[in-house]
Design a protein around this ligand. Structure first.
Ligand SMILES: [Zn+2]
Ligand SMILES: [Zn+2]
Length: 439
């Protein structure tokens, strides 16, 4: 409150409120000191004209230029994670039904939604679909924190569970190579010839199951030889694609390390779910629709390990930190195991200690093949363009271009208490309404 009265005494509350509202709710912005000047330049003579726009951080209400943190983790910055989630939704949707530069025809291409699970590492508490109790004798509630945790922690295979996460990304890459091979085989084509006929593109997200094991959800699409712009060949069907996915997922294997005489090998779990995606037009309420798939993938794109296991959302520096951390016993054991394995020279390349807070999955949460859809960068550029249009800065005339001189230095992160209070009292930024969340 003391800070608030200081803010008020400065007499620039409305200006400060306007600057803060530009952050769209970001609570950990990056603060920059410096200036930026935009000049008009005559394209014929090369002559530098008047300054079109000048910005100096000292003249800004907050005393700094504030830039969104763009963190994608809900636990770190809910507002920026929400932007990321919406962008991911747009990206997945464009790959399913066109838009944002992707042709509408992709909606007619064979598309499936597939879930690749982790193998088992020992029995865990679960909710059975047949109405019978868990093996421990309890009917667990949906939000029971015991769900997904081992029935017998002392015999649960923590070593394999941690190493699974560390190898899951490699296993996915192996699978994607096999998939192209399996599709080609079913079309009667060599892999070399396959490229002249069709392309396999995908977008995937990694999700932590309650037991802390990473599994993958993916949209996989079959296109013609030039991706989404070209029609797939007649043999390309959702059935052929599904069949090839099953074969590739079953065959994909990654050799892991040998630890105390035990050779680890990693493969997907037996539960593989592959379903064709229907257009919303054909949906009778039963089918898996484009909207549902996009919402699902987008939702998981903003979640880290912490949402599944209650673990940490930033790196662990010392094992002693775990004593203070508010995490589940299961997550604690995963991290302790990672820490112990991380001391081994032969496992150095897995960087188990650096990624212990992520339960050792160091891959990207959402990835896509190049031809699947537009990019997050393109969506961000479009948004920045829109914002520029809203601020109505003077624009260069015909025959002019602009020269931008800027110099910025990092001045810190976050908001002062007064700024945070003011930011929280602001309405959500306009233009952030859109698709349903499907929670
Ligand atoms: Zn942020
Ligand atoms: Zn149980």
């Amino acid at each position: 409150m003391a800070e608030l009265s200081t803010l008020a005494s400065l007499g620039n509350l409305p200006e400060l409120a306007r600057q803060l509202s530009g952050l769209g709710g970001c609570t950990h912005p990056i603060r920059l000191d410096g200036h930026r000047t935009e000049y008009a330049v005559d394209t014929h003579t090369g002559e530098i004209g008047n300054a079109l726009h000048h910005l100096d951080s000292a003249s800004l209400p907050a005393g700094h230029l504030l830039v969104r943190c763009n963190n994608r983790r809900v636990t770190r910055c809910p507002a920026c994670a929400e932007v990321y989630r919406r962008d991911t939704y747009q990206l997945i949707t464009a790959g399913l039904r066109g838009g944002k530069g992707i042709p509408d025809r992709v909606a007619a291409h064979p598309r499936v939604f597939a879930t690749f699970t982790a193998p088992g590492f020992g029995p865990v508490h679960n909710r059975r679909t047949d109405g019978r109790p868990c093996r421990c004798g309890t009917h667990h509630q949906q939000d029971d924190p015991a769900l997904g945790t081992p029935l017998a922690p002392d015999t649960y295979d923590y070593e394999a569970a941690v190493l699974w996460n560390a190898h899951a990304g490699d296993l996915w890459r192996r699978f994607s190579i096999y998939l192209r091979r399996e599709v080609a085989k079913r079309a009667g084509l060599t892999q070399r010839a396959f490229r002249d006929h069709a392309r396999v593109s995908f977008a995937k997200v990694a999700e932590y199951q309650k037991r802390g094991a990473v599994h993958f959800h993916a949209v996989i699409r079959l296109d013609g030889p030039d991706g989404g712009d070209t029609p797939p060949p007649p043999w390309a069907t959702a059935d052929l694609l599904s069949d090839a996915i099953r074969a590739a997922a079953t065959a994909a294997r990654i050799d892991g390390p040998v630890i105390d005489g035990r050779a680890h090998t990693f493969a997907f779990g037996r539960q593989l779910d592959v379903r064709p995606i229907r257009s919303a037009d054909f949906d009778g309420g039963q089918e898996l629709t484009e909207r549902a798939v996009a919402a699902y993938i987008a939702k998981y794109a903003t979640k880290g390990a912490e949402t599944a296991t209650g673990t940490l959302d930033r790196p662990v520096r010392f094992l002693a930190e775990l004593a203070q951390a508010r995490i589940t016993d299961h997550a604690r054991r995963m991290i302790r195991t990672a820490w112990a394995l991380g001391a081994r020279k032969d496992l150095e390349h897995l960087r188990l200690r650096a990624w212990a807070h992520m339960l050792c999955f160091r891959g990207h949460f959402s990835t896509k093949s190049r031809r699947y859809s537009t990019t997050l960068g393109a969506l961000r550029d479009a948004r920045a363009e829109w914002r520029r249009a809203q601020t109505a800065l003077p624009v260069p005339q015909d025959g002019e271009t602009t020269l931008v001189l800027a110099h910025w230095v990092f001045a810190g992160t976050g908001l002062t208490d007064g700024e945070a209070w003011l930011a929280a009292s602001l309405e959500p930024a306009p233009g952030t309404e859109g698709e349903p969340t499907h929670d």
